[in-house]
Design a protein around this ligand. Structure first.
Ligand code: T4K
Length: 381
């Protein structure tokens, strides 16, 4: 069996891609907000039902440009979760702002609004919630506390493309939301990202921020970076957008299969199912309680790996473990060390349409044999 990885990029047929590449070659306009790029933006605006959907070269550049576009006071504090990919915290720091980490909710593992409330100081300017593993943040509570305290609310929705809570798309939450279109994501442009907003005024600011702040040949209006998506990446996106629901369907079926395996074992807990939420189906998260299952997350990871199944310990280490953020304020960790406890129990299983029944069988065998071994150990004293 070939090694199986946590993610596998959804790729269009080469023949379809060649047709679009020929169009690009013929035009010789290969980047800087050109035809394919604008076509993809229009389709995403329509698909997500928001007035503002701006493409970027990555999820990270989208987040950095979102922060630049909000014009937050330099050096002000931005509260976020430590349970995320480094990009979330780094985008804050790289924008001249100070990340402050607040604890997560024990059930959803998304940022806990009560911990955010405690972390607010006169220097706080914004909150970044992360819909981690595709689990949606408590938007009502976060929006309420941001409104009461005059803070901007940004969502890192890198894992939550096409997700919705009730009728509300993740693209329509907060002041601005960002998505990652990296190769490992449900929908990808190989490298890429998106920023969305309900506020039409954000369109121009986001556009300027991704193009060096250039307003015209004679004017540079704001601080910006090069965050633009090329025509080649946009072409991949146009084709992948037609295939994304099929991929999502395969992942829904895989989620049901994994849930079925896991539910037989005390100490193995699948990702929380949120009521009235349509999941993006980005990751399959398993929580391994070593006291109840008998094996730790790391032991299970090693055993899967020995059989060619490459799960990932996302997101360990957490941001507060990184050398560059150690010693930074961590709100409420003394009284609610949820994230400290959770970080050693989280495992993302391979989750994509390339996972076959043979792979699922191997996962089942690894879990079964670990559980049987534990049973033997406890019977034999
Ligand atoms: N916010 C959050 C919450 C995020 O999770 C991320 C990114 C961002 C922001 C920033 O978005 P971007 O700027 O990246 O658009 C991967 C991705 O590179 C990263 O996008 C993602 N989150 C993160 C969770 O996962 P790594 O370092 O784990 O990637 P890597 O190279 O180990 O890939 C994982 C597995 O996927 C590999 O073992 C094999 C498979 N793979 C990977 C690539 C690149 C393939 O089969 N083909 C490929 O081309 O970060």
């Amino acid at each position: 069996m070939d090694p199986l990885y946590v993610a596998r990029p959804l790729l269009p047929a080469m023949s379809d891609l060649n047709l679009l590449f020929e169009e690009i070659w013929a035009s010789r306009i290969v980047t800087n907000e050109a035809a394919m790029h604008n076509r993809l933006e229009a389709r995403l605006r329509e698909r997500l039902g928001v007035p503002v959907a701006k493409l970027f070269s990555s999820g990270t550049s989208a987040l950095q440009c979102a922060l630049l576009s909000l014009d937050l006071p330099r050096g002000s504090e931005v509260i976020t979760t430590p349970l995320t990919f480094p990009a979330t915290a780094h985008a804050i720091a790289a924008s001249g702002l100070e990340p402050v980490f607040a604890d997560v909710d024990p059930e959803t593992l998304t940022i806990d609004p009560r911990a955010v409330e405690k972390a607010i100081t006169p220097r706080t300017s914004a909150v970044i919630g992360v819909h981690v593993y595709g689990t949606i943040c408590d938007d009502d509570a976060l929006q309420d506390l941001c409104t009461r305290n005059g803070l901007k609310l940004v969502y890192d929705a890198a894992h939550a493309f096409l997700a919705r809570k009730g009728q509300t798309s993740t693209a329509a939450m907060g002041d601005v939301s960002i998505f990652s279109f990296h190769a490992t994501k449900l929908f990808n442009t190989i490298e890429g990202g998106l920023a969305t907003s309900r506020d039409p005024a954000m369109a121009e600011r986001l556009q300027l921020s991704r193009n060096f702040g250039i307003a015209s040949e004679e004017s540079v209006r704001q601080v910006g970076i090069n965050g633009k998506m090329s025509e080649l990446h946009a072409a991949v996106g146009l084709l992948n957008l037609d295939a994304v629901e099929e991929e999502r369907g395969a992942r829904r079926r895989l989620r049901a299969q994994y849930d079925e395996i896991v539910r037989d074992y005390p100490g193995l807990e699948p990702q929380v199912r949120q009521e009235d939420v349509e999941q993006s189906e980005q990751y399959y998260l398993l929580r391994v309680d070593p006291r109840r299952f008998g094996f730790s997350r790391d032991e299970l990871y090693d055993r899967l790996k020995a059989r060619g199944i490459h799960a990932r310990k996302y997101f360990w280490p957490i941001c507060t473990d990184y050398d560059c953020y150690r010693g930074m304020p961590v709100a409420s960790l003394q009284d609610t060390p949820v994230v400290e406890q959770a970080k050693t129990t989280l495992l993302c299983l391979p989750f994509h349409s390339g996972v076959t029944s043979e792979h699922v069988q191997v996962v089942t065998e690894v879990i079964e044999s670990a559980a049987a071994e534990m049973m033997g150990r406890s019977v034999n004293g």
